[in-house]
Design a protein around this ligand. Structure first.
Ligand code: PHE
Length: 444
């Protein structure tokens, strides 16, 4: 563990917030959140999700940011420096999660690029002919093509991480995040004014609590961890580039609010459109890539809406993928590797790990009934991330408590009204809730 004399830093607080929000806002918000909400009954699920974000998500986010800023190191190095013992294992779990998540994330990232271009070259005609499902099936079962797009996506990711914290991640996120918001608002305006949109709004906004089960709560928790980029050291790593003047509680809250807002807004794009054109809201992972093209095809100017949507998805995926690669690269950079070397080598290894994932959709063998792709998704969101969250909370709540108090108040320079509430959430509420939800709701 060598500490960099001049560690890279964010250029401004807003740069940090946008980069952290860029990490959080991703496929999890725009692709995963709506279909999971669709499968779990709509509005009631959204409320459970929001409650979990407020109580558990924001607390774990603050815990991670505090650990990273104090240690000024990557996820493993932070635990080594602040505690030693077995704690660095938590950081290692994070690095493994980063590897796992980015390997399948890169595959879906590739799909977004393919669909962006395909919007102009026939996707609309296929959607209109009711063939969007077949086309998606044919695409994902063509390994060469899927891997080629995955490679393009990974190259753009590697490029930004290669450029560094300020000149790469911050610079691109500062431009991409506002672009994302702009596109999102244009798409919402289109979607909610479609004829028949009200039925979708009703499904999405009117809660029916009979739909809430142990499994759906566990799903909401896994989704919260995934969507907020928690439990794997991502916010530890980004926190390590934050200066000592930045106030962490307000940063954590801002990132949670932006992330939840984007997920919520993505639902406002998708459900009105899906209901207006009578397609199935519970269609699962295919919702975005199968049903939406058909929906766009039926709208005037569909080509433009489709291209805009997949561009939005690409931007969201890219700024998250960057953070996943950064978690892994930061470990090696802190060990003395040059940034370009870490970004390129790790990016390539993750790409290679993603290849079986990319090809698993063409009928490869299943892992206990799930294909490789679903297995990776399940393991990371429903197991590794919440488990990481338990350890991070316990660390702050029981072992590093006084230093944590100092770190989140900038050594007492800033008041933080909910300080003790936060400590107790880390100490008992978050670990107990996560473990309980785990125990009752975890179904492979
Ligand atoms: N938060 C990202 C999303 O919603 C995914 C992610 C998970 C990124 C964990 C970094 C760490 O898509």
């Amino acid at each position: 563990m060598t500490q960099n004399a001049e560690r890279e830093q964010w250029g401004s607080k807003i740069g940090f917030i946008l980069a952290a929000a860029g990490s959080a806002v991703g496929l999890g918000n725009i692709w995963r959140f709506p279909y999971i909400t669709g499968q779990n009954g709509g509005a009631a699920f959204v409320l459970v999700y929001i409650a979990l974000v407020i109580v558990i998500g924001s607390s774990v986010m603050l815990a991670e940011m505090a650990i990273g800023r104090k240690a000024q190191l990557n996820a493993v190095g932070s635990f080594q420096k602040l505690a030693g013992g077995l704690w660095p294992v938590v950081g290692w779990m994070g690095i493994v999660s980063g590897f796992t998540i980015l390997s399948f994330y890169g595959v879906v990232g590739g799909w977004t690029i393919k669909y962006f271009f395909h919007s102009f070259t026939g996707l609309m005609a296929e959607g209109l002919a009711g063939k969007a499902g077949d086309v998606f099936g044919a695409f994902v079962s063509n390994p060469t093509l899927v891997v080629a797009y995955q490679a393009v996506f990974m190259l753009t990711t590697i490029w930004v991480v290669y450029k560094g914290v300020g000149e790469g991640i911050e610079k691109y996120c500062k431009f991409l995040m506002p672009a994302l918001f702009l596109i999102l608002f244009v798409l919402i305006a289109r979607s909610v004014t479609l004829e028949g949109a009200a039925k979708g709004l009703d499904f999405y906004l009117r809660p029916d609590f009979s739909k809430i089960t142990g499994t759906s709560i566990a799903t909401a928790l896994g989704q919260a961890f995934f969507s907020l980029s928690l439990g794997m050291g991502c916010m530890i790593t980004y926190g390590s580039y934050v200066d000592k003047q930045t106030t962490l509680p307000s940063s954590a809250v801002q990132v949670c609010v932006i992330d939840t807002l984007v997920a919520f807004l993505a639902g406002l794009v998708i459900f009105p459109a899906v209901f207006a054109f009578g397609v199935d809201a519970g269609a699962g992972p295919g919702l975005t890539f199968v049903t939406l093209p058909s929906v766009f095809a039926m709208m005037p100017g569909g080509m433009i809406w489709s291209a805009l949507f997949f561009l939005l998805l690409y931007i969201a995926a890219l700024t998250s993928a960057i953070s996943l690669l950064e978690v892994v690269s930061a470990y090696f950079i802190d060990r003395g590797w040059s940034r370009p070397k870490a970004a390129v080598i790790m990016g390539f290894l993750i790409f290679a790990l993603g290849v079986p994932c990319a090809t698993s959709l063409s009928g490869a063998p299943k892992v206990y009934g799930k294909d490789f792709f679903d297995a990776m998704d399940f393991l990371s969101s429903n197991v590794l991330l919440p488990l990481g969250g338990v350890f991070i909370s316990l660390f702050v709540g029981w072992f590093w408590t006084n230093d944590a108090r100092k770190e989140v108040t900038n050594e007492g320079a800033h008041g933080f009204t909910l300080l003790e509430v936060w400590i107790w959430i880390c100490r008992v509420v978050a670990p107990a809730a996560i473990l309980y939800i785990f125990y009752t709701g975890l179904k492979w």
